[in-house]
Design a protein. Sequence first.
Length: 215
Amino acid sequence: MIGRATQVVDCRESMGLAKGGGLAQRGTLSEAARPDVIAIAMSPGRRHITKPVCEITYGLRREGIQTSVLVLNSGAGVPESFPQAAGRGYGPTFGLTEKEVAQIARHKIAVIHLGNVKSHVIFKTRDILALADIPAVVVAQCPVDFEDFAREGVKTRLVKPTRPNTVTKGEVVDIVTGVTRGATCGRSKLNAIAKVLNRHLADMSRAEETASKSA
């Protein structure tokens, strides 16, 4: 097939930030026609900006993957569950609203980009997946692996949680690291994210077909 495939996107529910409205406002969802993938971004601001998520979204849509984008209303800071000993501080508190949880849950798989600080990435992911029962691909700048998440009670595809009780409903199914916060996302990383998502979406499609035949 030669040419372009058109994707219909239900645009943000409020104006964007900065000149031309190019940066998505906090607490808004840009929704794809089919609820396959949802990319979750931190709230925009001087430090926590959404540039990598925007580029990831464009790259995935170019590959034909239907991708919605949710910019969290309270995506900066750390969650209430973050250990005081790890330096929680007195800044903004990370959290999700009931509306955001519902928006995430109606998609098949989530792409979560939460910055560069390893402990923040782990605990923010834990808070999201504690509320939303969805498989997730974590995209981060810092090195992080399945064992890091499992150690804090997060369900993962390869490693079982080591805490006495599993904290999350959702599960980390893949991790892509080396995606720098606030910088251009390279083609190799975009390809890696698209490859991971295509594989999981194909597996889900086959599972749905098998279930429908056996029903």
